[in-house]
Design a protein around this ligand. Structure first.
Ligand code: 13P
Length: 249
């Protein structure tokens, strides 16, 4: 059985004070939720505050990006060691917004994933097609390119430590969720890619999260799919009650 993961990606929302206020309400609402891993990914400036606020709970804190080098002259960047030091245990890598607005490439995703793994962080690696690719029947081609380019060169031991997130770009922030069947079909394909590149065992153990307009009222239907191992939630993770009700699906 794969343990479910419910993760909230706050994107560029919430100051330190707002992070505090969120966690004051959220932590008690999920204190008894033992059925899944819970992850919150605040912006860099709130990571420290968040890591301190969740101490003693089972909530994990993830960053939303990391640089691919150990350290160096890279003005404005943050490396994996810095994230570990302030209490992060995971990091989102290759989110479609980073691919779209910050020219993140497969090669970049690969380097960042390696850098995160080297410092013991759990990478949450995102893949997903845009609308024209889905409409052009290119979903599998795109997923294959992103999977192989970002993750194909990992060792099996490294691969066993990542989480994969399938986020169809057309479903992000649009209120247009993929149907549970559409999501499950993409997850099944990603698992096949993992089986071919790594092994059946690695593929069966891989946890694949769905992301794209996940809300309290559609999480149950998504999680009912055997292929869907969790959710990466954007907008609905910004409100503590709404995110708690997703965690407690
Ligand atoms: P929404 O849940 O707001 O569609 O965002 C999904 C997402 O991008 C999570 O990483």
């Amino acid at each position: 059985m794969r343990r479910p993961v419910i993760a909230g990606n706050w994107k560029m929302y919430k100051t330190q004070a707002e992070t505090h206020a969120f966690l004051d309400v959220f932590c008690p609402l999920v204190a008894k939720s033992k059925h899944c891993d819970i992850v919150v990914a605040p912006p860099f400036t709130s990571l420290d505050v968040a890591a301190q606020a969740v101490r003693g709970t089972s909530i994990a804190i993830a960053a939303q990006n990391v640089h691919g080098q150990r350290e160096g002259a890279f003005t404005g960047e943050i490396c994996a060691r810095m994230l570990v030091e302030i209490g992060c245990t995971g990091v989102i890598i290759g989110h479609s917004e980073r691919r779209q607005y910050f020219n993140e490439t497969e090669e970049g995703v690969h380097r960042k994933t390696k850098a995160a793994l080297e410092e013991g962080l759990t990478p949450i690696v995102c893949v997903g097609e845009i609308l024209s690719e889905r409409e052009g029947n290119l979903t599998e081609t795109v997923l294959q390119r992103q999977f192989e380019g970002g993750l194909g060169a990992l060792t099996p031991a490294e691969f066993s430590r990542i989480l994969l997130a399938y986020e169809p770009v057309w479903a992000i922030g649009t209120g247009k969720t993929a149907t549970p069947e559409q999501a499950a079909q993409a997850h099944r394909y990603l698992r096949e890619l993992a089986a071919v590149r790594f092994s059946f065992e690695e593929a069966s153990a891989l946890r694949i999260l769905y992301g794209g307009s996940v809300k309290p009222d559609n999480i149950k239907g998504l999680m009912a799919q055997a292929e869907i191992d969790g959710a990466l939630v954007g907008g609905a993770s910004l409100d503590p009650r709404s995110f708690a009700s997703i965690v407690n699906y």
